[in-house]
Design a protein around this ligand. Structure first.
Ligand code: FES
Ligand code: FES
Length: 132
């Protein structure tokens, strides 16, 4: 039912934890199941230098969070904003259909952390207009 990559990222999640003095923090909840995810970004010169997450949720939420942190590490904030839950699921070689909603958490948490960063620094980021 789960791909090897999903199992790997669930068993050995990457970038778990918190960042002190993070430049952006995003916290989102999944309305469908009540699971929550928090993500911390360290941003220097518009580049995501470090990212850590904490997820209180199911295996798929943990695996997608872990994969999402790897996918945005070292990227510009504009690139990170383009991360979609579909891309994360594809990078994990797919998720069972009933578990696709779990991957939305990672996409939303990344966006919410970047919005937090933009607000704190009062800067405009291309692509943020489209974000709820
Ligand atoms: Fe969160 Fe699935 S409801 S574990
Ligand atoms: Fe809640 Fe997966 S069942 S995020």
């Amino acid at each position: 039912m789960y791909s090897e990559k999903v199992m790997d990222h669930f068993m050995n999640p990457r970038n778990v934890g918190e960042i002190e003095n993070a430049d952006g923090i995003g916290e989102v909840g999944n309305a469908k199941c009540g699971d929550i995810m928090k993500i911390y970004l360290k941003i220097e010169d518009n580049i995501i230098k470090d990212v850590k997450f904490k997820t209180f949720g199911c295996g798929s939420a943990i695996a997608t969070s872990s994969m999402a942190t790897e996918m945005i590490m070292g990227k510009s904030v504009e690139e990170a904003l383009k991360l979609t839950n579909k891309a994360v699921a594809e990078a994990l070689d797919g998720l069972p259909a009933v578990k696709m909603h779990c991957s939305v958490l990672a996409e939303q948490a990344v966006k919410s952390a970047i919005i937090d960063y933009a607000k704190k620094n009062n800067i405009h980021i291309d692509g943020l207009e489209d974000v709820k």
